[in-house]
Write a protein of this length. Structure first.
Length: 123
């Protein structure tokens, strides 16, 4: 298996490294900002406020928001722009809003898909 971006982020650095969001490529079709309704944009804004706004570490964000169940749960790999990445997704238990992405070599969470109604796993 080839190099999987995001896998190399050391566990010990996750406890001290601040959670930072980034977008470095076009978001997946049907899962972009233009597809969001006002309430769904507010859900995304709330996630940013509760993570980046509170300067949480990656470990703290994982503890509060990491989703581990489903057919494409933690550790599922996907090919994005020709590179294999380990996809993770974040969301609250009772909220359908999900944020899918992966960690790049710098330790930033790269947003790949905004899923306000948790439809991705149902496709």
């Amino acid at each position: 298996m080839g190099d999987v971006r995001g896998d190399k982020l050391a566990r010990d650095s996750r406890t001290t490294r601040q959670f930072i969001l980034t977008i470095d490529h076009q978001l997946e079709r049907h899962y972009q900002f233009k597809n969001l309704k006002t309430q769904e944009i507010q859900e995304f804004s709330r996630f940013v406020a509760e993570t980046v706004g509170k300067a949480l570490t990656i470990t703290q964000v994982d503890a509060r928001f990491l989703r581990t169940k489903g057919p494409r749960g933690v550790g599922a790999s996907e090919t994005i722009d020709g590179a294999r990445v380990t996809m993770v997704h974040y969301g609250r238990d009772r909220s359908p809003f999900r944020l899918f992405g992966y960690y790049d070599a710098a330790g930033y969470f790269v947003i790949h898909r905004l899923d306000p109604r948790h439809q991705y796993h149902r496709e």
